[in-house]
Design a protein around this ligand. Sequence first.
Ligand code: PLP
Length: 414
Amino acid sequence: MAALTVPFGVSSRARALPELDGKRFTVASSKGARLIDTEGRSYVDYGMAMGATLLGHAHPAVVEACTRALANGPMPGFPNDIEEPAGTALARIGGARLTRATFATTGTEAVHLACRIARGATGRRLIAKPVGGYDGWFDPLRFGLVESPEAERTNNRPVKEDTTLFRVNEIDDVDQLFDELGSDLAAILVEPMLGNTGCLVPDRSFFEHLTKRAQENGTLIIADEVMVGLRRGVKLVSEDLGLTPDLATFGKAIGSGVPVAAVLGTPKAFEVVDNGQVSTYGTYHGNPLVASAVLATMKVLEDESAYSPLFDWGAKLRAEITAAFASEGIAATTTGFDSVFSLWFTNQRPRTYDEAQAKVNPEAMKLVSDTLRRNGVIGLPTVWGRFFVSLSHGDAEMDITIRAFREAAHELAR
Ligand code: PLP
C-alpha cells in the first residue's frame, strides 16, 4: 500500500477499520442510518460516529441550523446570541439540580474542565476513576483504561498524575479508597456505563454507596456522560442509575456530529467558575455553529415520544441478535441499553472489570464483524463489539441487520 500522509489514513486510531478482503474502507457520504463507501456500497451503520449521531447522520434540522449559522458567520469571536439559548436547552438534561452549563469542543476537554472545577471547588488534587473507564485521551485520564506499570503507589493504590483508580461493583475497594486517600480526593469521575469495557453498567447499590461515601467526604461526583448522554432520554443517565452527580460531562450526541461538548453542574459546583477562581477558555467553545447544532438537536428531542421508537427498535434488535446465535446453539447476551449495547458470547453478563476481561472473545467478535461487513452491516472495530442505534434506523435496516447476523451466527457455528 502506498504510504499515507495521515498515519493509518485516520486521525483517531479508534476509527481505523482493518482492511477486509484486501480493501480499505473509506466513507464517501453518510445519511440517516447508512454509510456509503468510496465504491458506492451502502452499509447499515452501528458505529454512528462513535455514538455522536443519535438522530442519524446529517439530520435535516441540524444541517439546516448549521448552514444558517455558517452563512451568518460561524466565529464572531465575542459572545453570540445562540450560546445562552443552547446552554439553557442543554441544561434540561440536568433537571432541577444541574442547572448550569458551559461549552467545550471535545469530550476530553469537557472532562478536563470538570476535573479542574472539582479541584477548584474542593481545594484537593486527586481524581479517582474506575479501572476500565475511558474519559478521553489526555494523559492523566487515559490512565485506567491502560493500567500503567510506572504508576507510583500510595497506600498500595496506583496514583499517576493526580489520578487514582477504583474497581466498579467492588464496595470494599471504594471504602478503602475513601479511608486511605479521602482527605485528598477532589472528585470521583465515573461513566454511568463503562462504554470501553463492554457497556458494563454498575449496580444501583454500588452507585448509591459511591454517592454516600463521596458526599460524606466532601468529594464531588463527576458523571462522565459523554457516551451515554441523551441516549436514555433528556435526563441524567447517572441519576437514573443511582448516582447523584455534582458535575456531568457531555459530548457526542449533543451536537449530532458537530464537534461540541459541555459541562453541566450544580450552582454550588459552578461557584468557582462564577467567581473567576476557575477559568474557562477555548477559541471555539460555544461558537454559533456548534451552539446551533446543540439547539437543533435538543429541539428534535424536546418531544419525549421521539424516544420510544428508538427504544423499541433497539430492544427488538438485541432480541433478534441473541436469537440468531441461539438458533446456531451459541450462547449470546448483551450489556448496556437499547440505544447502545455490547455483545457477549456467554449466558452470564459480566459484572466487574475482571469478569469482562475474562469473558471477552476477540476472535469470535472479529469473525462476526467481518461477516457483518461482507453483508452490508458495519460497526466499531472494537473487541467489545459496541453497537450504537439511532432514531433513523428503520424496518429496512432491521431486515438487512437480521440477515447479516444470521449469516454471522452460521459462520461462527462452523
Ligand atoms: N468520555 C467518554 C465516556 C467517552 O466515551 C469519550 C469518547 O469516546 C470521551 C470522554 C472523550 O470524548 P472525545 O473523543 O470527544 O474527546
